[in-house]
Design a protein around this ligand. Structure first.
Ligand SMILES: Cc1cc2nc3c(=O)[nH]c(=O)nc-3n(C[C@H](O)[C@H](O)[C@H](O)COP(=O)(O)O)c2cc1C
Ligand SMILES: Nc1ncnc2c1ncn2[C@@H]1O[C@H](COP(=O)(O)OP(=O)(O)O)[C@@H](O)[C@H]1O
Length: 208
């Protein structure tokens, strides 16, 4: 699959966005369940944006039959191994759950040549956790992906997505889903999933 031409992307709205997204409770097709092992991205999330994003293979969308999920930004919950928040994953299979916002798409700002799933977990972790299992309960759509004019504009909008996510998940019907049964364990994640192609060599170099 190739990236859509930039001319097909929606224009960046000029008016202010609402501070929350979606209806009062999740509506079809949500909730959507997505999972996979955390793999390396292009190493730009932390270094260039100051916003780390945990990537899972694009095949992770297919776990719940969602490979055709529309590109864009979504909100919901992320489950990682218990103890990750303290930098010491326990390996018991039990999970800890955090708010998250997720970008699915081509990252037009960076002109990526393949689709990716990138999850910003709204928590400050003391260490990276590449290779850990990740489950995502997607509860609503925030916005399409845009081709920003500057890095600052991309960063500002992602930070606004964080606020939108936090506000949206505070609503009763969403807050209840934090204790969703599926999110309680991460030892059933298919860890054999691989990305379509290995990451380009340069991205490894950038990371070092
Ligand atoms: C909530 C959120 C929203 C994002 N929105 C966009 C977007 O509209 N356009 C875009 O080009 N990239 C967007 N990104 C993706 C960033 O460009 C991406 O996370 C960055 O390229 C880091 O990629 P890496 O982890 O592969 O290094 C978004 C990321 C997140 C977490
Ligand atoms: N709050 C967070 N959300 C997502 N990932 C995080 C977070 N804090 C630390 N990480 C770690 O940072 C990695 C992402 O860093 P990033 O700079 O975006 O690199 P990459 O391009 O390899 O994904 C994740 O894979 C995860 O191990």
């Amino acid at each position: 699959m190739a990236a859509p031409p930039k001319s097909k992307l929606p224009p960046i709205p000029t008016s202010e966005r609402p501070t929350f997204a979606g209806p009062e409770s999740p509506e079809s097709p949500f909730p959507i369940r997505v999972s996979g092992p955390i793999i390396k991205g292009f190493g730009r999330g932390s270094s260039s944006l100051g916003i780390p994003t945990a990537n899972i293979p694009i095949a992770g969308l297919d776990v719940g039959g969602n490979s055709s999920l529309e590109s864009g930004v979504y909100y919901g919950y992320a489950a990682v191994p218990k103890g990750t928040g303290a930098g010491k994953p326990e390996g018991t299979g039990e999970a800890e759950v955090w708010d998250m916002c997720m970008s699915v798409g081509w990252n037009p700002f960076y002109q990526n040549e393949r689709r990716s799933v990138e999850v910003h977990i709204i928590h400050k972790f003391p260490k990276n956790f590449y290779g850990a299992p990740l489950k995502i309960l997607v509860l609503g759509f925030i916005r399409p992906e845009y081709d920003y004019k500057s890095l600052e504009a991309l960063i500002d909008d992602i930070n606004f997505d964080v606020t939108v996510t936090e506000n949206s998940l505070k609503r009763e019907a969403y807050a209840k889903l934090r204790s969703d049964e599926w999110l309680r364990r991460v030892d059933d994640v298919d860890m054999s999933l691989k990305d379509e192609e290995p990451r380009p060599k340069e991205s490894e170099d950038e990371k070092l």
